[in-house]
Design a protein around this ligand. Structure first.
Ligand SMILES: *Cc1c(COP(=O)(O)O)cnc(C)c1O
Length: 378
């Protein structure tokens, strides 16, 4: 293959695709660890057996049992639920249904989840940002002032990677000033860790509210690729127009239905209780480490903390096979690393690795290359 033919394919590609940086997922970033705490996954694999064996047939577009069970779980009617290839596909369906490429915009509030911007860029829709306040609350006046041309507002609550819930009064304020102007998508990927905070109960008041959910986090099924968008049926019907004809493979629907059975829900709730206990332990231990400057409270399965020398901390743990997520590049998060709450033993490994690291102003005797600048991707 000559350089020339490569160049011409580059030239043929859409400009926004040429310029696009793909989502830096934990899987793409790689690493050679044995303690994976960088993707907010559940640390242990749940066991399922396939029951559906009709692989000669196309699957249902919207598997009835999965939709009915999720609707029952969320306290909604089946007409208020659409199931998709992860919540990430839900994020994209909303843009495809509501935003005119090259004309409309989405709005989101960094520091937050990375896929809102990646999906918008891929589709050719402007991603407008209004940074959160210093305490991570929404900057309501700035959001209201930036709504011109905005068709879709994404708010993640509890927020990834900060771990905090957004004040419900602020969510209401956004829903009020966007009425008739924009759809508001509340990303509740972690809501099982704080179920009382869900805004699903507000759907009857707000025709422009959509709620994103997933089986990837508390349900321990990130590899299944199954998520949900919840909204009033009028909005769901619009999303049904732009979804792929067969978004969920037959085995995915089979396992999702099992995960949403009464027994599946009970197991999920036990998992949430266990992770929440481990999280409390991890926060307490982090607070006793010299290299940790500040530990943030969390309503989720991860803990964000600020370190005196975060890239050295990141690399030291990386070299010991403990893979964390660097959040240093996000606005307001300099020096911050995110740790997924794994098993108690995995969290112990993190603490054992952090304990010897020095704090600010403390000196350390470097006899080897331990504190050389890190080379791994951020
Ligand atoms: C993990 C995550 C998602 C994506 O969930 P999938 O169902 O795995 O696509 C969406 N939003 C947030 C905030 C997440 O952390």
């Amino acid at each position: 293959m000559s350089d020339k033919s490569n160049l011409s394919v580059q030239a043929l590609a859409r400009k926004n695709v040429r310029e696009l940086t793909p989502y830096q997922s934990a899987r793409r970033l790689g690493g050679n660890g044995d303690v994976w705490l960088n993707a907010n996954e559940y640390p242990l694999a749940p066991q399922f057996e396939l029951t559906a064996q009709t692989f000669n047939r196309y699957p249902e577009c919207q598997p009835k049992l999965v939709v009915e069970r999720y609707a029952a779980y969320a306290g909604l009617d089946a007409s208020q639920v659409i199931v998709s290839r992860g919540a990430d596909e839900g994020i994209e369906l909303l843009i495809r249904a509501f935003c005119e490429p090259g004309k409309d915009a989405i709005l989101y509030c960094p520091p937050t989840y990375g896929m809102y911007s990646v999906s918008a860029e891929t589709i050719g829709v402007e991603g407008r940002t209004v940074e959160a306040n210093e305490d991570w609350s929404l900057n309501l006046p700035a959001i209201e002032a930036a709504l011109d041309g905005v068709k879709l507002v994404y708010i993640c609550s509890p927020n990834n990677p900060t771990g905090n819930l957004i004040n419900p009064d602020d969510l209401r304020a956004v829903l009020e000033f966007t009425r008739g102007k924009a759809v508001v998508a509340i990303d509740e990927a972690y809501i099982e860790f704080c179920p009382q905070a869900s805004v699903v109960g507000w759907l009857q008041e707000y025709p422009h509210l959509a709620v994103l959910r997933t089986l990837s986090k508390a349900f321990a099924l990130a590899g299944l690729r199954c998520g949900f968008t919840l909204a009033n049926s009028e909005l769901i019907e619009l999303l049904m127009k732009v979804i792929a004809p067969y978004p969920l493979a037959t085995p995915v629907a089979d396992i999702a239905a099992q995960a949403l059975s009464d027994q599946g829900l009970a197991v999920m709730r036990e998992r949430v209780a266990e992770i929440s206990d481990t999280r409390a332990w991890l926060i307490e231990q982090l607070n006793q480490c010299d290299c940790v400057e500040q530990v943030f409270t969390s309503e989720t399965n991860y803990v964000l903390a600020r370190y005196t020398a975060s890239s050295q901390v990141f690399k030291t743990l990386w070299d010991q096979g403990i893979i964390l997520r660097d959040q240093n590049k996000q606005p307001g998060l300099s020096g911050c690393l995110r740790i997924t709450v794994g098993t108690r033993a995995e969290c112990q490994r993190v603490i054992d690795a952090l304990r010897p690291l020095p704090g600010a102003g403390q000196t350390t005797v470097t006899t080897n290359n331990e504190f050389a600048p890190s080379k791994e991707p951020m």
